[in-house]
Design a protein. Structure first.
Length: 276
């Protein structure tokens, strides 16, 4: 089945470019501010939006995302607010997913979370700390509510592990290009192209007929148009988070922050369209 996220990737592929995926936590810099910032990312050229669910113990996140998450939590953000954010962003017509650690979903109730995410117009869930072996409840709920299931693969993933992960993904596969925590880097990790290549081989091995329809998005480290252009040469999608957050953190006002986010999105969008 073709999903809204897959359609966005297909559209980018038809235009001979990579898709641009933008990430921002709900509730940052405020509840309404997050919605406006995500819309600015869409205005600038993002094809897919990831809304982060703020969590009190974000072990995989770097300092920039941790700062934003802390502000969101201090501001009183709750799961219903995250769904409202998704609903508002999805109303732009751009596929919108939630990226979250597993504990909040488990505590909310897996089936209830899937139901409310679908009701909000969300496209699916990205689960960085959930393994397929531990995700049976989520896999069942996602199928029941027609939601994408996006798991992460990393440089350390073995070939067999890649096959297990990609077999249960729907929408796209999230390839983490750097070991350790998230954050913008001055250069893209040299192992990134190999990780994407290995992931595609795993997809082809477990699902030959659908190999071309399951794209691979690369994240963790892209911060400017030049890096986006570099990643777009070998990945189906370019995922950017910390760089957007940094623009908001450094802005002297909300208006300036929105302008900065929109400008960065436009720079990145031009990057994914750049030919080698």
């Amino acid at each position: 089945m073709t999903t809204s996220v897959a359609t966005a990737y297909d559209k980018a592929k038809a235009e001979n470019r990579a898709a641009l995926v933008g990430y921002l936590p709900a509730g940052f810099p405020s509840g309404e501010g997050a919605i406006e910032a995500a819309k600015a990312m869409v205005d600038g050229g993002c094809d897919v939006i990831e809304i982060g669910l703020p969590y009190s113990d974000p072990l995989m996140d770097g300092p920039t995302i941790q700062d934003a998450v802390h502000q969101a939590l201090v501001g009183g953000i709750r799961i219903p607010d995250v769904f409202r954010t998704v609903e508002a962003v999805a109303a732009t017509g751009v596929p919108t997913l939630i990226m979250t650690y597993w504990n909040p979903v488990d505590r909310y109730g897996v089936d209830a979370f899937a139901r409310d995410l679908q009701s909000a117009g969300g496209a699916g869930l990205i689960t960085p700390d959930l393994t397929p072996e531990e995700g049976e409840d989520w896999l069942a709920a996602a199928d029941a509510y027609d939601l994408d299931k996006v798991f992460l693969v990393a440089l350390s993933s073995t070939d067999e592990r890649l096959k297990k992960i990609t077999k249960v993904c729907r929408g796209f596969v999230y390839a983490a290009s750097l070991m350790g925590v998230t954050g913008a880097r001055s250069a893209v990790d040299t192992g990134a192209p190999l990780l994407v290549e290995r992931t595609r081989k795993a997809i082809a091995a477990v699902c030959p007929s659908g190999a071309a329809s399951l794209p691979v998005g690369l994240g963790l480290g892209v911060g400017n148009g030049a890096q986006a252009a570099e990643v777009a040469q070998f990945a189906d999608g370019v995922i950017v988070g910390s760089a957007f957050i940094r623009r908001l953190l450094d802005a002297p006002s909300q208006t300036a922050g929105l302008d900065a986010v929109r400008e960065l999105a436009a720079e990145l969008a031009a990057g994914v369209r750049q030919k080698s």
